[in-house]
Design a protein around this ligand. Structure first.
Ligand code: UFG
Length: 331
């Protein structure tokens, strides 16, 4: 199948491209390279462009002629979204509408959208299932939910067979070491723990130890990026095999196991065999105490089984890439 992957130069997008390639599909990555990295692109074709640039997008769609699309291009920083909400609405919502209109023009049906556990906000119950009421607590989560709602209404009239995948905490790197995780600035826990352990950034700050959790620090569901990528392949293959009627559904993707910040620190210390210097700081605004997925629906509907999402494999694969690329892709 020919699959257009927006955001194909990003952390998750690059792993999705690799998984599609390994499954025998043809890929074109479309990315602005504002946050992504050219060296991360393993796609057969690479096209640089802004998602909001309708003419460029139209040109790429006309030349590649995709049969399906996977849409990951987005801004993804929660604090940045709080500081610049209009930027997030433009980049994540308006640009997604442009993409959907251009795909509808040429009748591309199968569509996989990169959504987030951020749509849940602070869930009333964990593990959280897809029928929980979404109540985002930051503009980033709002923009992901807005695109899901857009798909809900557009799917029927425009013939999209669409799935929104709500990722929990994407982590780890390609076990073969070809591609990895390189954010600037880095805000994610696990890479920051590596930097602290390696003495590259001073000590780590743990954001709050007075949450209502067993050790007082926040609990998250860490899921290996390779397992996430595989779910995209299963989803796009399933959508392509269905008839023409339009629909949209949502699926959680998590490992269904929570770890606290302190448990992550201990696990990194064990794998790396060195101490992680840290201090306890104040809570970070917008953090939920506990976010753990029920992925029962993805297991039932896609036959998805995470195979690399135990914390040790996540840390081993992530650390291997960070050790080889201490300055990310720009080594
Ligand atoms: N944390 C620290 N210190 C740090 C960094 C993080 O204590 O220096 C804590 C956070 O407070 C949080 C946990 O580690 O409790 C995980 O934080 P991350 O920033 O790695 O991940 P988040 O859970 O905040 O965010 C992730 C994705 C977002 C998505 C969100 C959905 O990165 O894109 O899950 O809940 F919106």
């Amino acid at each position: 199948m020919k699959v257009l992957v927006t955001g194909g130069a990003g952390y998750i997008g690059s792993h999705v491209v690799k998984a599609l390639r390994d499954a025998g599909h043809r890929t074109a990555a479309y990315d602005s390279l504002i946050r992504g990295h050219r060296k991360a692109v393993l796609a057969e074709e690479f096209h640089q462009g802004e998602l909001a640039d309708r003419d460029r997008l139209r040109e790429v769609i006309a030349s590649f002629r995709p049969e399906a699309a996977i849409h990951l291009a987005a801004l993804t920083s929660v604090p940045e979204s709080v500081a610049q909400p209009s930027l997030y609405y433009r980049q994540n919502v308006e640009a997604s509408l442009t993409l959907l209109e251009e795909l509808a023009r040429v009748g591309v049906g199968p569509f996989v959208f990169s959504s987030s556990a951020a749509v849940y906000g602070t869930p009333e119950r964990v593990p959280v299932a897809e029928d929980a009421t979404p109540r985002p607590i930051n503009p980033y989560g709002e923009t992901k939910l807005a695109v899901e709602r857009m798909l809900h209404w557009m799917a029927g009239p425009h013939g999209f067979r669409a799935v929104s995948l709500r990722y929990f905490n994407a982590s780890g790197c390609d076990p073969a070491g070809e591609i990895g995780e390189d954010h600037d600035p880095e805000t994610h826990l696990i890479p920051l723990v590596y930097l602290a352990a390696a003495g590259r950034r001073g000590q780590l700050t743990v954001y709050g130890d007075d949450y209502d959790t067993p050790d007082g620090t926040c609990v998250r569901d860490y899921v290996h990026v390779g397992d996430l990528a595989h779910a995209h392949v299963l989803a796009v293959e399933k959508l392509a095999g269905l008839g023409n009627g339009g629909f949209h559904e949502v699926l959680n993707l998590g490992a269904e196991r929570g770890y606290s910040v302190l448990e992550v620190i201990r696990a990194v210390e064990k794998v790396l065999g060195r101490p992680v210097p840290y201090e306890i700081g104040p809570r970070r605004p917008g953090d939920a105490a506990v976010l753990v997925a029920s992925s029962a629906k993805a297991r039932a509907e896609l036959g998805w089984r995470p195979t690399r999402s135990d914390l040790e494999t996540i840390i081993r694969t992530g650390w291997a890439w960070h050790e080889k690329h201490p300055h990310g892709y720009d080594d």
